[in-house]
Design a binder for this molecule. Structure first.
Ligand code: ZN
Ligand code: MN
Length: 148
């Protein structure tokens, strides 16, 4: 498991405690799922999260993983990324940021930049009140570029 991002401000227990106040059950499995998501920057699929958490909690089911991911997504503690692959990828960093996807090895890398003026442009052009936008960059990562 990767080391915890120094920029990470909220930990799993803190998030789950705040959700408990909304009536959402705090379980050790949910804690393990969220801890894994907050500690990794690989943008894992639900199956990858399931395999990791199962090592610590052999009784955990894929259903519990999906259920927890949906709950975290609905409460804005998780991003679900559509990277043009079969399975969605999940990001424990729900702050607005962008991603570059390697079309060869499938690696998903964070890209932090402020493009919030895009919302203003889109709003002015369409008359919508813009709530969010998605932007994914596709290409070859540094490692795959060396091979090709
Ligand atoms: Zn690659
Ligand atoms: Mn990310």
């Amino acid at each position: 498991m990767e080391t915890k991002d120094a920029m990470e401000t909220r930990d799993a227990i803190e998030i789950l405690r705040s959700l408990k106040e909304k009536g959402i059950r705090f379980t050790p499995q949910r804690q393990a799922i969220l801890e894994y998501l907050l500690a990794t920057d690989t943008h894992p699929t639900a199956e990858e999260i399931y395999r990791q958490v199962k090592e610590k909690f052999p009784g955990v089911s894929l259903g519990t993983v999906y259920n927890t991911l949906n709950m975290l997504k609905e409460n804005n503690f998780l991003l679900e990324l559509d990277c043009g692959e079969m399975s969605a990828r999940f990001d424990g960093n729900a702050e607005n940021h962008y991603h570059a996807v390697c079309r060869q090895c499938g690696k998903v890398v964070d890209f932090h930049t402020d493009l919030l003026q895009l919302d203003t442009l889109a709003s002015a052009s369409t008359g919508f009140s813009i709530e969010t936008h998605r932007l994914v960059f596709y290409g070859l990562c540094g490692q795959c570029r060396m091979i090709h």
